[in-house]
Write a protein that binds this ligand. Structure first.
Ligand SMILES: Nc1ncnc2c1ncn2[C@@H]1O[C@H](COP(=O)(O)OP(=O)(O)OP(=O)(O)O)[C@@H](O)[C@H]1O
Length: 616
């Protein structure tokens, strides 16, 4: 055979082959992606070049992978543009080599940090092959076939090749320790992962393996909801249907296509996993890219396909990259726009999925001012409104601004909210009877979101229903001290003696409404927030703060009777009743600890027992 050329690949620093073999020890499988991508590029180049007339037009682009068990080889063949001898010298011996060298220089310091090893290119073959041959024939009219051989040392040879059709075969002689790639099942699964959406048929022994259509490349106007959902199902099987999606398509200032889905979040959702799949020209790169979206968008799933996200840099460099930051801002904006669109065009559907969206919208708003500006009027609260004429309670959704427009203009802008409909049921009922509309803020995140809202809206005052009983809820006539002052003092004294705890402030008031409870525990807003914050920092659920108010309702029949009881004679009974009323009020707000619960049961039974004795 006539030898065209023998030589040494120019080595600038050191022999990179052992480094490729050993240092890049993890993720060897990416060799297939790199070589198939080169084949796709070659096919595209041929199509373009054929238009100019100097190159032969090819058949439909196709990449075939064949396995020869006896020779322990894998051959990746394409019918692309091919290379002349000069091009092999230039592109393989110089360009490909220097890009691999550059890649490895970065790799040495960044180790696994480089995303998906993209950029190693042709020389990634040496991760799994002890010897590599290139059989290539350029599509340029009158070209001769060429054979390039390299045994993993810096020496290469260039001879006359045997290809008769334009295109390239990359023949990999597998190393002993890499024989897993001789298994067709292994290659098939790699094609499915990396090449599924490639624009060219990728075959294993001439059977097409990649058949999936990259939906994100289609025009959104040509797609139905069903197609979007089906696509999601194939990407993320058994995960429930998505709540909504955004189709991305932009050319300027960067090239980016994709579809982002908002998944159905469940208790098991891992907020930090990051499951957006990154593609580059329909070639799969990675499915755990967390750096291109802000943390609060990590629950999103779907596909981003961009040639403008630098792939051969470390993850930390990616995070600070200006273009990536701008892409991240673009994604945030698109999600915000879609939420707005849903809210306006499908308000019922929006309200229906709101509880799933709420944590992420609220966290996003608190973490990102720009996102906050977009979504602040899209935050919904369920409201517990007044009793209607037909006595049925209604629960609707409202935005904060709509709630405010319903407040009477003369009124102080006080936003009443409830964080637990059961524990705050007593106080809640008093406000409801007065026809007040109450926001339900019962999500964990609301403990931070309410103070955040208050900070943004300095003209608004947020008050939990059990923070105080203001004058509007008190029965003025029944609270006239000139008439009832003595009785109030008497009750106050009775409860003080019975409870005997300086931390509990006792108040006696007559509350409006017939169904109001005998006693209520009140927690002044600021004091309660400090206590809640302490619990949050200690990562426990907030309990009833030691300092609280016991509000005694003078209008309740039990308290009325108690006030009339001859306490000279029934001192102990009065004491027990006061303690019992206090314990019931604590119980109602979930404020009894386990040992107190045992005492409560005993006290209740003793009290009922002693009253029954008097009857018999
Ligand atoms: N199958 C092929 N057909 C024709 N030319 C090829 C083929 N494979 C590689 N080449 C040529 O060799 C060059 C170097 O390839 P290599 O894969 O190392 O880097 P790249 O494809 O340019 O960049 P990267 O892989 O980093 O995206 C290519 O630019 C191309 O000109």
């Amino acid at each position: 055979m006539m030898v065209l050329e023998q030589g040494q690949i120019q080595i600038h620093t050191e022999n990179i082959f052992p480094i490729i073999k050993k240092a890049v020890y993890s993720g060897h499988e990416v060799f297939l992606r790199e070589l198939v991508s080169n084949g796709v590029d070659a096919i595209n180049k041929r199509r373009m070049a054929a238009m100019s007339g100097d190159y032969q037009e090819g058949d439909q682009g196709k990449i075939n992978i064949s396995i020869n068990r006896d020779r322990q080889t894998i051959t990746i063949s394409d019918n692309g543009i091919g290379m002349t001898a000069d091009e092999v010298k230039k592109y393989i011996n110089q360009v490909a080599f220097s890009s691999a060298e550059e890649f490895l220089a970065k790799y040495k310091t960044e180790k696994n940090a480089i995303i998906g090893h993209f950029g190693l290119g042709f020389y990634s073959s040496f991760m799994i092959a002890k010897r590599v041959e290139i059989q290539t024939l350029s599509a340029k009219e009158g070209s001769e076939p060429v054979l390039w051989q390299c045994d993993g040392s810096p020496n290469f040879s260039l001879n006359a090749g045997s290809r008769t059709e334009a295109g390239t075969d990359i023949i990999l002689y597998l190393m002993e320790e890499e024989l897993e790639y001789i298994e067709p099942a292994r290659i098939r699964s790699l094609i499915s992962t990396y090449c599924d959406f490639m624009p060219v048929a990728v075959c294993l022994d001439h059977e097409i393996i990649n058949k999936r259509e990259p939906l994100w490349r289609k025009n959104p106007r040509d797609l139905t909801d069903h197609e979007y959902v089906e696509f999601y199902r194939t990407l993320y099987p058994f995960q429930g249907d998505p709540l909504f999606w955004v189709h991305l398509n932009t050319d300027y200032p960067y090239n980016l296509q994709g579809i982002l889905y908002f998944p159905r979040i469940s208790g098991r959702t891992d907020w930090d996993s990051g499951e957006i799949r990154l593609y580059c020209n329909q070639v799969f790169v990675s499915d755990s890219i967390k750096e291109i979206v802000p943390r609060y968008l990590l629950p999103l799933k779907g596909v981003i396909d961009s040639t403008d996200i630098p792939l051969n840099v470390s993850r930390s460099a990616l995070q600070t990259d200006r273009r990536v930051r701008s892409i991240s801002g673009f994604l945030v904006k698109k999600i915000g726009d879609q939420l707005k669109n849903l809210h306006h065009t499908q308000p019922d559907r929006y309200a229906e999925i709101w509880s799933a969206l709420a944590p992420f919208v609220k966290i996003g708003a608190m973490e990102d001012d720009k996102f906050a500006a977009q979504v602040i009027d899209l935050v919904l609260f369920p409201t517990i409104s007044s009793i209607n004429n037909d006595s049925k309670e209604t629960k609707n959704f409202t935005t904060l601004s709509n709630y405010c427009t319903r407040l009477e203009s003369t009124e102080e802008k006080k936003i009443l909210y409830c964080t637990d409909e059961i524990a705050q049921a007593g106080a809640l009922s008093i406000w409801k009877i007065q026809g007040k509309e109450i926001l339900l803020a019962d999500m964990l995140i609301d403990a931070q979101f309410i103070p955040w809202l208050e900070y943004r809206h300095t003209d608004l005052k947020f008050q939990r229903v059990d923070a105080e009983i203001d004058e509007s809820l008190q029965d003025d006539e029944e609270n006239d001290d000139s008439k009832v002052g003595a009785e109030k003092d008497h009750l106050l004294k009775l409860f003080k003696v019975a409870i005997n705890d300086d931390k509990v402030t006792i108040q006696v008031q007559a509350l409006k409404g017939i169904a109001t409870p005998a006693a209520l525990i009140l927690l002044p807003e600021q004091m309660r927030r400090i206590s809640d914050m302490g619990a949050l920092m200690e990562q426990r659920l907030p309990n009833l703060p030691d300092y609280h108010i016991l509000m005694i309702n003078r209008k309740h029949p039990l308290i009325k009777t108690l006030a009339k009881l001859d306490t000279e004679v029934y001192q102990e009974l009065a004491n027990n009743i006061c303690r019992h009323v206090y314990e019931i009020a604590r119980l109602a707000v979930g404020g009894l600890e386990s040992n107190q619960m045992v005492d409560f049961q005993k006290h209740s039974c003793d009290l009922i027992g002693s009253l029954m004795e008097r009857l018999s």
